[in-house]
Write a protein that binds this ligand. Structure first.
Ligand code: ADP
Ligand code: PLP
Ligand code: ZN
Length: 328
């Protein structure tokens, strides 16, 4: 399939190595997309190294770029892609960007990787969680949380496949209801404003596509996908079992979301197929990364590995599907 598009990608940039836009732009281009990157930060290297240096874009500076594009009639996008966002003010501006882009293209697909943390640890300011939960989830078209992020968004621990599917259901419905959110945050509805906000949240839809990119179960990884084709209908759900490689990679979440955007737009009605292609590309790349490090005599468990993105271009353009989805 040749379906393509024009993607505005708001993510991190690193001078060296592949995370954020550095790991999303190239694969999307390989899949035939025009990609316009906005670098939310420019760092020397990713934050997993002992130190990093660089600059952070603020919400106002993001808005200036959008205004520049708008002044020249350059704001037509088929997709918005966002990843790591470091502050509430930047995330609020991203929400304004969503509205602005939808005012120009009502069919804009917003693909959101709600980057908040991993393995039980939050690495964004805690105030960001409720903004994602209450404002971002309702306007996203596709959401790609990892296990920890899905837990933050829904408010419950995921310890089984069943829990993972239930988390997807809650997200399709627009996140937890205000009542549930109250229980979670201790926030009470005490004003008219709060009440109206509660209605807005209840009216608002949630993403029709949700992919929990990995759940740790019995030492392996399970991807759970969920596609609600019509509002209110029960979603089509599936899983893909992924053998866990004993190494820690960075930039894989960002790459995964980019691949899911690319393939799910080409197979708009078949999220299973899109996920099979994305996982197959990614696993081929991770295997190449691992063997390259091993060949160089490097212990892959000693620190986080930089992915072999450029070397894996054939696996991105033309993945051999070795990972099959199993429908629930
Ligand atoms: P994030 O990096 O955002 O926390 P995940 O941990 O879910 O996201 O990783 C994204 C994808 O990368 C997973 O779906 C999986 O396919 C792949 N992946 C990441 N780490 C490994 C690993 N150690 N072994 C195998 N696959 C991995
Ligand atoms: N952005 C920056 C600046 C990072 O340093 C990292 C990880 O170190 C990421 C994004 C996200 O990486 P991942 O895709 O592994 O979640
Ligand atoms: Zn991530």
């Amino acid at each position: 399939p040749s379906e393509t598009g024009r993607v505005l990608s708001i993510q991190s940039h690193t001078v060296q190595g592949y995370v954020g836009n550095k790991s999303a732009v190239f694969p999307l281009q390989l899949l035939g997309y025009d990609v316009d990157p906005i670098n939310s930060v420019q760092f020397s290297n990713h934050t997993g190294y002992p130190t990093f240096k660089g600059q952070i874009l603020n919400g106002q500076q993001l808005w200036e770029l959008v205004e520049g594009l708008e002044a020249n009639d350059l704001l037509f996008y088929t997709h918005l892609l966002t990843g790591y966002i470091g502050s509430v003010s930047f995330l609020n501006t991203v929400l304004e960007v969503v509205s602005k882009l939808r005012s120009i293209n009502p069919n804009l697909t917003y693909v959101c990787d709600p980057v908040m943390g991993d393995e039980g640890k939050l690495y964004v300011p805690p105030e960001l969680v409720s903004v994602y939960r209450e404002k971002v989830v309702p306007v996203a078209s596709m959401l790609t949380p990892n296990q920890f992020e899905a837990e933050q968004l829904t408010g419950f621990r995921i310890v089984s496949e069943e829990d993972g599917r239930e988390a997807c259901n809650i997200l399709h419905a627009g996140g937890p209801s205000k009542f549930e959110a109250e229980q979670l945050t201790g926030f009470r509805i005490v004003s008219e404003e709060d009440g109206r906000e509660a209605c807005n949240i209840l009216h608002a839809g949630g993403p029709s596509k949700v992919v929990i990119t990995s759940i740790n179960i019995d030492g392996n990884l399970l991807l759970i996908g969920s596609h609600q084709k019509e509002k209110g209908q029960s979603p089509v759900q599936f899983k893909i079992l992924i053998h866990k490689i004993p190494a820690y990679f960075t930039g894989t979440g960002d790459l995964m979301t980019a691949l899911l955007l690319g393939w799910s737009n080409k197979y708009a009605d078949n999220l299973e197929k899109a996920a099979e292609l994305a996982v197959s590309s990614l696993q081929a790349l991770l295997l190449r990364t691992l063997t390259d490090y091993q060949r160089a005599g490097y212990d892959p468990q000693s620190s986080s590995l930089e992915i072999r993105l450029i070397q894996s271009q054939d696996d991105i353009r033309n993945p051999e599907v070795k990972y099959k989805a199993e429908r629930y």
